[in-house]
Design a binder for this molecule. Structure first.
Ligand code: ADP
Ligand code: UVW
Ligand code: MG
Length: 394
């Protein structure tokens, strides 16, 4: 029997697992999704071999979900060739996917403060796997790697240059593994070389960002030094005036750490609605007349349109606008409301195609309208490919 590859993709609210036959990365033989972590009624749903639904304890966090997954699927993951991990922040230290050893693990730990909702959990996953599967090579695949192509004019902030040179303060961008997959997949679906395509892609999940991709390369993106900048997200604020930090400290008697915690964990859709970070809950509540849900969705949609327009300055033309991520792939009403805000572009969606999340190509726009696509992302597939390539070369 051939060996397996395990992929672990920790997001801010979820963990996605995928187990592949190392000889065939086309379809995983097992996938699992742990959702609503840290909230009420988190679940772990396993599909494929050993399928089953597990309820986790209320408030169960990423560590619980990781242990529960490994415990539940242990018999299927005994013969591993390698383990691929999503690691959100690679800083300026890691430009591409890398095999993890003791010395670069220590370097990775220094990046934890730059992605506080992600990197500590990503590293926890690496440590847990090192304990449970000693000797199995582990590979880190970085969200930041795809954005190494950003130009200086795009990645520098208007702050003292010494902050960049001495402290690494610059825009890095995230969700790069998703953008790398989507740009290749769109090229395949449209049967046009990636070199010829100008794409605007929105990855809208619990974390949300957008990216301008020119000729297969990231040329601008909305997230910055940390995954807090840009769009309004599930619980993150996105762009704000940094002046509000001191104002809130004084007005509400909070320290900087507390304000930043609230900007990361109590803002975004959750903070605006006073109800939930989850778009499913908000759309249902809005339909029942919940004013907070309406407000949150409106701010969310406007911000995406505004950033799409800003990103478009880096592209000669827009060959396609592409939606992906949990919200982008499933929330037809949100897609429609985003594009309605973009008044200097004449997007016309086909309601039936939009409501069914796209035709075979993923198209949701009418003919004659600028092209709009829905394409499910596959970060796990990309991580599996990079993992296999690296362990085969080591
Ligand atoms: N059917 C759906 N309709 C609307 N929104 C959805 C749907 N399914 C998932 N979502 C949204 O997608 C989010 C999860 O997106 P995902 O990309 O999987 O998360 P993560 O950012 O944790 O990787 C949920 O928090 C929810 O807001
Ligand atoms: C970088 C980021 O925000 O990731 P996620 O959407 O998975 O939380
Ligand atoms: Mg994600």
């Amino acid at each position: 029997m051939s060996k397996s590859l395990l992929v672990i993709n920790c997001g801010s609210s979820s963990i996605k697992f995928a187990l592949y036959d190392a000889n065939d990365l086309t379809t995983p033989k097992l996938t699992a999704l742990a959702e609503r972590l840290g909230e009420e009624s988190p679940v772990l749903i396993v599909k494929g071999v050993g399928a089953g639904d597990l309820s986790l304890d209320n408030g169960a966090d990423h560590q619980h979900a990781l242990s529960a997954f490994i415990e539940y699927t242990r018999e299927h993951i005994s013969d591993l060739a390698g383990i691929g991990h999503r690691v959100v922040h690679g800083g300026e230290l890691f430009h591409q996917s890398t095999i993890i050893d003791d010395s670069n693990f220590a370097q990775l730990e220094t990046l934890n403060p730059l992605a506080p909702l992600h990197n500590p959990i990503n590293l926890l996953g690496i440590r847990l796997c090192a304990d449970m599967f000693p000797g199995v090579p582990q590979v880190a695949v970085f969200d930041t790697a795809f954005h190494q192509s950003l130009a200086e004019s795009t990645y520098l902030y208007g702050v003292p240059y010494a902050w960049y040179e001495e402290n690494g303060v610059r825009r890095y961008g995230f969700h790069g593994t998703s953008y790398r997959y989507i740009s290749t997949e769109v090229s395949r679906r449209l049967q046009q070389p990636a070199e010829d395509l100008n794409l605007l892609i929105a990855h809208l999940g619990n974390g949300c960002s957008a990216c301008a991709v020119r000729a297969g390369q990231s040329v601008d993106t909305t997230m910055g030094l940390t995954p807090l900048e840009g769009l309004v997200m599930g619980s993150r604020c996105g762009d704000i005036d940094p002046g509000l930090v001191e104002h809130i400290e004084q007005a509400r008697g909070m320290d900087t750490h507390e304000v930043l915690r609230d900007l990361n964990r109590r803002s975004g859709l959750l903070g605006l609605s006073g109800l939930s970070n989850d778009m499913r809950t908000l759309l249902a509540a809005e339909a029942e007349g919940h004013e907070g849900a309406r407000r949150a969705i409106d701010v969310f949609c406007f911000r995406v349109a505004r950033h799409f327009a800003a990103l478009s300055v880096s592209l000669r033309n827009i060959d396609a606008v592409v939606f992906t991520g949990g919200i982008g792939e499933h929330a037809a009403a949100v897609r429609q409301r985003i594009l309605a805000h973009w008044r200097n572009m004449d997007f016309r969606l086909d309601d039936d195609l939009n409501n069914s999340n796209g035709d075979d190509q993923g198209r949701i726009s009418q003919s004659g309208s600028p092209l709009v696509l829905v394409v499910p992302t596959d970060e796990e597939g990309m991580i599996a490919q990079d993992t296999l390539t690296l362990i085969n070369h080591s």
